[in-house]
Design a protein around this ligand. Sequence first.
Ligand code: BGC
Length: 747
Amino acid sequence: MSQRRVSAKCCCALSLLFGFILSLVSASAAQSGGKTHAWMNTNLSPDERAAMVVKAMTLDEKVQLLHGTGMVGLSPMSPLAVHSNGGAGYVVEIPRLSIPAIQMSDAAYGVRMSGENGRYSTALPSCVAGAASWDPQGGFEYGGLIGRELRAQGYNMGLGGGVNLTREPRNGRTFEYMGEDPVLAGKMVASVIKGIQAQHVLGDIKHYAFNDQESGRNAVNITIDKRAARESDLLAFEIGIKESDVAGVMCSYNRLYGDYACENKYLLDEVLKKDWNFKGFVLSDWGAVHSVEKASAAGLDHEQPGWIFYGDDLKKAVESGRVPQAELDDHVQRILRAMFAVGLVDNPPERSVPDVLGGLEVARKLEEQSIVLLKNEKGQLPLDASKIRSIAVIGPHSDVGMISGGGSAQVDPPVGNAILPPGKGQTRWLEPVWFPTSPLKSIRAKAAKANVQFDSGSDPSSAAALAKTSDVAIVFVYQWESEDMDLPGLGLPEHQDDLIAAVAAANPRTVVVVESGGPVTMPWAGKVSGILEVWYAGSGGSDAVANVLFGDVNPSGKLPLTFPRTEADLPHPIIVKPPKESRANYAGPEVWKQIAAGLAPFQVTYDEGVKVGYKWYDSENKPVLFPFGFGLSYTTYTYSGLKVTPGQNPKVSFTVKNTGSRDGAEVAQVYASLPAAAAEPPKRLVGFSKFWLKPGESKEVTIDVDPKFISIFNVEKNGWQLLPGEYSFMVGGSSQDLPLKQSVTLN
Ligand code: BGC
């Protein structure tokens, strides 16, 4: 475990005052010179504009654009870092050429470190929750809000866009990613990035690639069959990158096929830049660079957070011809092109007061779209506020807050961690943070006539006693995740399973609300009457949960990842941990030097290949707790009239009817099985659509299937290949509830 971020932040804060004054000076300098430069002509293409700037730059200016200015604990600090806006990365401006600074902030589910910088940010539901909405329009709003708040705080690049597949559900960053399916994850991350970039803020997709576990991330070497790689994790990146025209792709810490990701020719040059024709720039994860020539030739364009390799050493390498001038210019061109394409040169960020109330509303609405109703026995939910006389609200901290995801994604809650005294709750690396969104208060507001009492659950017998005398018990449980750690298992921590069992034994009307970043095991699932998965619910979380519990909102989220019955059913029941020699010595000084030099590799082999998530459980015939794509509603839907029109882009049409008595939104899912010769898992998601229906209303849905989604990746031909043969298309509301099926021959 590293402790690096603790000290890293102080330095940024110290530089802030100077930075603010100097940034005003430099910003006006950039603007005054602005109009005189030919590349400020907005009629020119981003490529043309960038090429003109490259021609006008000195070698020093070029090198300066290719690295950050340092972060305590991860690199030395540059005296130029004084202009930093307080975010994770800062690239010095070039006022002479009207090229603004790049001010980068982490922004996975909201803008990070705002509290420390005396600002405010909205926390959206975690990224995996965004994926659970299955709603690209919602994804666009998600990104839009992040983009607006980045700009308001003086940033022009957001570091988010995590799209590593949930290959290892104990990965401590599962909440930052978009689930286990490449089509869903790729489409959803693209929509978020489009939303961010529409605000003239550079977007980023990360961590490229196969950083699917945190344990030993700076040392691990990943091996996976190349076809499986292209059809799984890399497909998610491919869809996300191509559909969003994202500015930046962050290469990850780990090795793949023996080479570090940030100096991996296969990943950066062959796949990303050549096969996918990526026009943006590759930036390193923080401290993930290990070489100059090798990294540059492989396609790394930009080093963060410092210039251990891409400073003087890069300059010397260019001067001596070890790095060709054209290669250097390509790195520079890519960064400038992205800046022009997204519009940040023409529309610099304007500091303003974030729209706090608007942000809360967006956060609440997105959460309402993302909550997944997993169990609802005898229609116990929604609760009827006019009839209920007493409610027991049980569970750790559910009187004051809801848990949030940690690490570099952490958004600072207003006033600080809700479980600490006001003003004392500074967020710290690897410490769980509770947002001040109180389930108890939101439930009390809904059920004004009922006697709503709270019990923390620290003593299960007292919680059970309260539950026994209440009409209904609502138990809030959590599982915290963070970057820089993996979960020891999928079970709830702090004996929460025992708490639920005790409450459920006391009151058959027990509803469990799970706040988690990914799947949890539920030995008590058969004993309770209701289960809601609410993820890390964000700033508006408790109101969203109450709206679903009391039926103001009909739940419509569906699982973007499988909930297995037990860890024993996972492809790898045990996570491979780094041996001693592969771990950095965080107690020692300048640990970054050890990491930069490269830690001894240890091996993780993804021999399950393409069989990630449901593809694994399907292939292995393993029953699951809750399947991918699953989620209940307070209404019901029927599916009928499937028609598959074969062709270049097969069209799948069908009708969905709301047969219940409430308005609702359904996520219709289309899966395909490939001809036997493809030797693929039994089915894969190839399309989906979310839409609203009133009671009795029907909708005819047509989904054009992208031929790539029904193809295999042919490694020898280095391309996607649609095999001739029989394809079955299956349609329904979950990967295990597919009432419609039709087979067609494609050739
Ligand atoms: C994380 C990245 C993050 C960066 C900057 C790294 O530790 O892996 O996701 O963007 O730090 O904070």
